[in-house]
Design a protein around this ligand. Sequence first.
Ligand SMILES: Nc1nc2c(c(=O)[nH]1)N[C@@H](CN(C=O)c1ccc(C(=O)N[C@@H](CCC(=O)O)C(=O)O)cc1)CN2
Length: 282
Amino acid sequence: MPQARLMDGTVLARRIVEATAKKAADLTDRTGTAPCLATVLVGEDPASVTYVRMKQNRCRKAGIESRHVALPAATTTAQLVATLRELSDDPTVHGILLQHPMGEHIDERAAFEAIAPEKDVDGVTFASFATMSFGLPGFVSCTPGGIVRLLDEYAVDPAGKRAVVVGRSAILGKPAGMLLLARDATVTYCHSRTRDLSSVVREADIVVAAVGRPRLIRGEDIKPGAVVIDAGYNPGNVGDVDFDSAVERASLITPVPGGVGPMTIATLLEQTVDAAARQLGV
Ligand SMILES: Nc1nc2c(c(=O)[nH]1)N[C@@H](CN(C=O)c1ccc(C(=O)N[C@@H](CCC(=O)O)C(=O)O)cc1)CN2
């Protein structure tokens, strides 16, 4: 059986981070100010703690400062909104990342909208969603933005292709579909109410699995030759795609780990430096 080629997010992300580090150093030399990302975490979910730490470590290596705000799990929406507004008004902070998920009692949309659009380097506000959807310049959601970069890198042009996005979350599925639509793909969203998921996925030239259900998408669901993007984050670094069976059918596939994960952080760093450059007038 032919095996799919791997889409290597680690290598591409490294290249993006190296270029971003050079831009950060140049910006710091010219303005005397290093780009600064504020990370905000509500509660102590172990996976979120790890992701935020990874982001801070990569920032440090790329010459980006990070300022962390750790809030207790019992933080209310009003308190979180107040914190995000303060960071939005703080001229020493250029980008804001609110780690997701943040607890069911929190109004996630109210929190995201408290981030100033010019500091929305994670691409979570309505303003960013609108520019993303119209293919206009602006900040993209980091994982979807990373997915599109990977498609470009492997010369996959979505135009005219059938793309099936499994999942409709605000930070992943919805923006991924809009970015593909902006590139002229014919996009179908699947979700918990979709009937006969397998038969819909089997129509896809490009599958984006972004639902958070370990190995939900299996090889038999993949059209031979399709491009398979696994954006699932599940405990134990398991994706939403059953890699061993899907690799036999796809033409290109992202691994987990080493696929879209590293691209998420590379996009965040790149957008933070871009935001800082704009705010510092460079
Ligand atoms: N505000 C946000 N919240 C969340 C996002 C996001 O983009 N913005 N995405 C996910 C989790 N996430 C970042 O927050 C994330 C997950 C995984 C990785 C990653 O690089 N994973 C590596 C493996 C890491 C390891 O070895 O443990 C990989 O896939 O190779 C980066 C970012 C949910 N929340």
